[in-house]
Design a protein around this ligand. Structure first.
Ligand SMILES: Cc1cc2nc3c(=O)[nH]c(=O)nc-3n(C[C@H](O)[C@H](O)[C@H](O)COP(=O)(O)OP(=O)(O)OC[C@H]3O[C@@H](n4cnc5c(N)ncnc54)[C@H](O)[C@@H]3O)c2cc1C
Length: 376
């Protein structure tokens, strides 16, 4: 049965093939912002997917966002990252921010005129966010931030930075800093293995002063707010991994269908057919788990947290395996930049690391298993 999701997937797939994929190699090679792709995504109103109509969005559900990220990532993982980080960077404002802050930040992000970033990691703090040193101190009608955030995707391109900062000895808040606020500055571009079209820099806050209205909700509930957004953001990273796997798989199937050795197409060799079958199983099983996690998230089911950690783990581990096999199926041509699988294998690695490493996902899963909250 053809559903509205299938129609939506087809339209994003066409857009990605026509307007995103043609620039992906150059974006990677030049380590430049994927402007052509971004313009096309904006023209198709994709940046507005998760936001309500009154905020300028289209109010699409999480499954639609997942599908969009999958299809864009299959063509260019960096472009998908720009899109989904915008959503992550505004997620706490949407769910917890005041009406005033929401209308200050969201409509221009929804239209694609402004970008957003989400800033948790610091030089000495990655997996264990409880060690965050960046501070936010109330000073009259303002808050003053000091600290340094590391590996921030969409920086310095983004206009808005959702900063997780310490507001008390054991308290954290989320504050929205604009790139024109006094006291914010950006480090040099990181030179990365993959996702080279997605800008990444440090964000430094040096007596950075923002008005009190920029605090998201309660200034001591930031850690809880961020945790509340992780289910959605992890589903989107899982979708990104899955999209890369699908892109690499499609490229490998096409290549093995036309390359000949020993007088026949590679696709005729039984050993390679077995590899292709295993890759297909890895993709479809990961997709099924991800969509199941999305269903639990949408139903506000307590099993969602473990399920989405399982999906992030399986999608990214399977995607790493599929992309590696896609390179193998290309032989030497898989190792050179003329074919997209070389880029995809580099791009996919980070999906096992960010938004909670896969070791951290295992900790989350085991915790919920012992708490009796992970079972079907
Ligand atoms: C390209 C890129 C983009 C990124 N974008 C963003 C962004 O937009 N915003 C943001 O805030 N951050 C971002 N990050 C940071 C990313 O989320 C962190 O790198 C990640 O969370 C891991 O933290 P870490 O690098 O400090 O590693 P560490 O936490 O130091 O971990 C090192 C190793 O130890 C393991 N480990 C740690 N603790 C445990 C434990 N308890 N048990 C078992 N193993 C453990 C980890 O799994 C890992 O293998 C980005 C990183 C990169 C590279």
């Amino acid at each position: 049965m053809q559903t509205e999701y299938d129609d939506f997937r087809s339209s994003v797939r066409r857009l990605a093939a026509d307007k995103v994929a043609p620039h992906a190699a150059d974006v990677d090679d030049q380590e430049r912002f994927p402007q052509e792709a971004w313009d096309a995504l904006c023209a198709a109103d994709l940046p507005g997917l998760p936001y309500d109509e009154e905020l300028g969005g289209s109010g699409a559900d999480l499954l639609s966002q997942v599908i969009a990220v999958e299809e864009v990532a299959a063509a260019c993982a960096s472009s998908a990252l720009v899109l989904l980080v915008n959503w992550a960077g505004t997620s706490t404002v949407v769910s917890q921010g005041s009406d005033e802050l929401r209308s200050e930040v969201v409509p221009r992000v929804a239209s694609g005129e402004a970008g957003a970033a989400w800033c948790m990691t610091e030089p000495t703090v990655g997996s264990d966010l409880s060690g965050i040193r960046t501070s936010a101190v109330r000073d009259g009608g303002d808050w003053v931030l000091n600290g340094q955030k590391r590996f921030i995707s969409n920086a310095p391109w983004a206009d808005w930075y959702a900063i997780l900062a310490r507001t008390g000895e054991r308290d954290f808040g989320v504050l929205m800093v604009h790139r024109h606020d006094p006291g914010i500055s950006f480090g040099p571009h990181e030179k990365k293995m993959g996702m080279r079209g997605s800008p990444t820099t440090d964000v430094a806050l040096d007596d950075c002063r923002v008005p009190a209205r920029r605090v998201v909700g309660d200034p001591v509930q930031g850690y809880r707010y961020i945790n509340g957004e992780l289910n959605g953001s992890r589903a989107l990273i899982a979708a990104q991994a899955l999209g890369i796997a699908q892109g690499a798989f499609d490229a490998a199937v096409a290549y093995t269908g036309q390359r000949e050795q020993f007088g026949q197409q590679l696709s005729r060799f039984q050993m390679l057919r077995g590899m292709v079958a295993d890759m297909a199983v890895k993709i479809e099983s990961a997709r099924a788990l991800l969509y199941d996690a999305v269903r639990l998230i949408s139903d506000d089911d307590p099993r969602a947290r473990a399920r989405v950690s399982m999906a992030k783990l399986l999608c990214s581990d399977n995607a790493m395996s599929v992309a590696t096999d896609a390179v193998q199926l290309h032989g030497g041509y898989g190792f050179v930049r003329d074919y997209p699988v070389e880029r995809m294998m580099r791009d996919v690695k980070i999906t096992q690391i960010y938004e909670g490493t896969n070791q951290i996902q295992r900790l989350v899963i085991a915790k919920d298993v012992y708490a009796g909250q992970a079972r079907a």
